[in-house]
Design a protein around this ligand. Sequence first.
Ligand code: 5GP
Length: 188
Amino acid sequence: MSLDSHIESVLWTHDQISDRVAQLAAQISTDFDSDSAPPPVVVGVATGAFLFLADLVRKIQLPVSVDFVRVESYGSGTESNGAPVISVNLKLDVKDKHVILVEDIVDTGITVSCLIPYLESKGASSVSVCTFLDKPSRRKVQVELLGKGKFYRGFQCPDYFVVGYGMDFAELYRNLPYIGVLKPEYYK
Ligand code: 5GP
């Protein structure tokens, strides 16, 4: 049975994703273009942001460095357990650097709201968030950026549990090149 047959509906196609990622990268390239500031550090939240980050950085027209953090907050279900733990730390030094935190989706806001103080504690001069999807209707914690940080989002997502383009259900479906909603029988 093919992977596509597990999907009930497609919310954003591969082409729509590519167009939007190019727009975000162009905006970031403009906003962070500076002769005086050190190159920004793009920090992806593993694993969900891996495809978005890979596409985004290849379209940013500036020198950037790239690192990942890992945060454990989801089991194999569809709801956050509300207590994120940073399980893989930064390797790069972000002191006095502008950090662009790259997320697959901001849902309750708990994960990014745990990472921003962490990056502040490492001396980042600003923290921006670039999330591919945003579900503002589900927010439990307002996202407080650091310094002159900005909030970028690809698309506002309706209140569905979505998979694809890096996002999983029970560690599957990350390799779908589009964003979709799973058929209910596959949540079981
Ligand atoms: P938050 O801490 O903002 O509630 O959630 C952030 C994380 O929850 C995301 O990085 C993602 O891993 C997971 N998440 C939230 N909503 C969804 C969704 O609709 N689909 C998937 N696959 N993961 C989600």
